[in-house]
Design a protein around this ligand. Structure first.
Ligand code: BTN
Length: 238
């Protein structure tokens, strides 16, 4: 792995996606102390003041595009392992939010480019809230946020970054299947399952109870029409 550290970027994902097209090696990692146009899932912004972790990691997994859906699951396990053992206080909300006591600690944004059905490059962006920063108090923003310093003091963004990447290297083989079963077991042990959720995609709502992951990383929900598997979109507690 090769870390490239910037003081400020628009978005680490954007920078690494561009570098990937220019041919940088897999496991190149881009970190920024802050981002000016950090992006979240579903077109949302990711507020990125100094003090937290903003990192993107490049993989070239040599898989079909449909197999890549396992990557967000594996990335959330890499993150969970790196944050440490907080027992049931830390939960994964499908597809890959990490919650601490129900508040959002971290998010992951996977973006990729394929040629035909083959993945050419995949960038995994991690945003981890590490500490409340000084400056204007954004109470509306920070209300639902959690920070790693509630769990571990003195952890630096760089230390956390290195341990996430080491874990992601370990888990990445499971994209092709080797170790996928244990990844699903671990994910299931940390996921919010068995409680009612609403799944929303393109204006359509489905109510159901998440019961687990399917073989490709989709979320299986028990609904009144039977089992439904969702592959993208957002789920929210009822
Ligand atoms: C989410 O919506 O939960 C995903 C947030 C992902 C944010 C990270 S910060 C580093 C990387 N660069 C970005 O612009 N976004 C991701």
């Amino acid at each position: 792995m090769r870390f490239i550290h910037f003081k400020e970027l628009g978005s680490t994902n954007d920078t690494l996606l561009k570098m990937a097209e220019e041919g940088v090696e897999p496991w190149t990692v881009v970190i920024a102390d802050k981002q000016t146009s950090g992006r979240g899932r579903e077109g949302r912004d990711w507020w990125s003041p100094p003090g937290s972790l903003y990192m993107s990691v490049l993989l070239r997994p040599q898989v079909e595009a449909r197999e890549l859906m396992r990557l967000p699951v594996l990335a959330s396990l890499a993150l969970l392992d790196a944050i440490g053992n907080a027992g049931s206080r830390l939960l994964i909300k499908w597809p890959n939010d990490i919650l601490l006591d129900g508040r959002k600690l971290a998010g992951i944004l996977v973006e990729s480019r394929s040629e035909g059905s083959r993945v050419v490059n995949a960038v995994v962006g991690f945003g981890v809230n590490m500490r409340q920063t000084s400056g204007p108090l954004k109470t509306d923003l920070t209300a639902g946020m959690a920070f790693t310093d509630e769990l571990v003091k003195d952890l630096t963004p760089r230390e956390l970054a290195e341990s996430i990447v080491v874990n992601l290297i370990d888990w990445s083989g499971a994209i092709k299947g080797e170790g996928w079963k244990s990844a699903v077991e671990k994910w299931t042990g940390h996921a919010e399952l068995g409680i009612p959720y609403v799944f929303r995609e393109r204006g359509k709502e489905t109510r159901g109870t998440p019961v687990g992951l399917d073989d490709s990383g989709g979320l299986v929900m028990e609904t009144e029409k039977g089992k439904v598997t969702v592959y993208s979109g957002e789920i929210t507690k009822v």
